[in-house]
Design a protein around this ligand. Structure first.
Ligand SMILES: [Zn+2]
Length: 367
């Protein structure tokens, strides 16, 4: 059973790596406007972004579609081979910790949705054809998501024999003393003391200053919401004619073009979700101070974790349009300052949710 599980993860992460490499250089998208045709591959798009525009956007793009998936696939491959079990404890700890940091940063599926949204936006003024690179990228996302969903954190740590030497499992009756035992947030091992026995991470009973940090990140994100929504996020230049677009006007244009599902998706992801996140997080902060119904509050927290990534769609749409649409004077898309504020706003919200410790919701309940 274990061997079978290992082989499945190996197969999916290896295929993910192959498909990702295969999607980089062949033609990703071809588009034609006013008789001019341009063929762009993912790699060309990345290089163009770095050469002509901001390193900030290029770095974000490279990390999401290239660095993060390659690192995670390689780590998944390694952690499910026989070599993993006998790897020395020091290296194994570092690699496993790296995997647990990188894994939640997966945005490849969001990127794929953003590609489709961009295609809808482009269709109104150019003829489109998706190339081999695009189909390879879809296969990569499917394999990668499957490998991630098969991955079991606890299984990986248990399989690493070197880290599990000399572990003292808590006694049965120790569970009656929850205040003494701490669950390691890196590897999940339940133990006592200041340091996790298995992965050597610092053990904390609760995240330090969780409320203050969470509140500070949230307030910053609310301030950033204003420039993010009112400043233009991109500028479309067609035959010398500038058409700057804010997030809301982008939704409006899609709606007027009749792309109702896409317009709704962007409206939900870019306008509703950021506002909803700020509201839900304020609700949680109040629930820590005035404890009531911790189960419901915990469900709200899970929802927050789940919806957070979807606000990134618009960031990717701008990155994709800017890097793909370069037809000189005929048609050109350029990023505007609003997208930087928007990205910072999303990142602040993610930080706010991450610094919140959901265990605080239960503390008053257990006393
Ligand atoms: Zn640990």
């Amino acid at each position: 059973m274990q061997g079978h599980h290992n082989q499945l993860i190996q197969a999916f992460s290896f295929s993910a790596l192959l498909f990702l490499c295969a999607s980089l250089f062949p033609n990703f998208i071809t588009y034609t406007q006013h008789g001019i045709t341009q063929v762009v591959s993912l790699w060309q798009a990345l290089m163009l972004l770095a050469d002509h525009y901001s390193y900030f956007l290029a770095g974000l793009f490279a990390f999401t579609i290239l660095i993060m998936p390659i690192a995670v696939s390689l780590l998944l491959l390694l952690a499910h081979t026989n070599y993993w079990q006998v790897l020395n404890a020091h290296n194994a700890r570092h690699l496993a910790k790296l995997l647990s940091v990188l894994k939640p940063l997966n945005l490849t599926d969001i990127f794929l949705v953003a590609v489709l949204v961009s295609a809808f936006k482009l269709m109104s003024f150019a003829e489109l054809e998706m190339g081999l690179g695009f189909w390879a990228y879809i296969l990569f996302v499917l394999c990668f998501i499957e490998a991630l969903s098969l991955f079991d954190h606890e299984f990986m740590w248990r399989n690493q024999t070197q880290c599990n030497l000399n572990l003292i499992e808590p006694k049965e009756n120790a569970t009656t003393l929850p205040a003494v035992l701490k669950r390691c947030k890196v590897c999940g091992f339940l133990g006592e003391g200041d340091k996790c026995q298995r992965c050597y991470a610092k053990l904390k009973y609760r995240k330090a200053q969780s409320i203050q940090k969470s509140l500070a990140w949230m307030l910053t994100s609310v301030v950033l919401l204003i420039p993010a929504n009112f400043l233009p996020i991109m500028d479309t230049i067609s035959l010398g004619l500038h058409t700057p677009a804010t997030i809301f006007s982008g939704v409006q244009v899609l709606w007027e073009d009749g792309s109702y599902p896409v317009a709704t998706l962007i409206f939900l992801a870019s306008i509703c979700i950021p506002a909803l996140k700020a509201l839900l997080l304020s609700y949680l902060l109040i629930r820590v101070k005035i404890p009531k119904d911790p189960l419901k509050a915990t469900k709200v927290y899970r929802l927050l974790e789940f919806i957070g990534r979807w606000s990134m769609i618009d960031v990717f749409v701008v990155i994709i349009l800017v890097s793909l649409v370069q037809l000189g004077t005929v048609l050109n898309v350029e990023p505007e300052i609003g997208i930087v504020f928007f990205t910072l706003m999303v990142l602040c919200q993610i930080a706010a949710v991450n610094s919140f410790d959901p265990r605080l919701l239960w503390d008053k309940n257990n006393q």
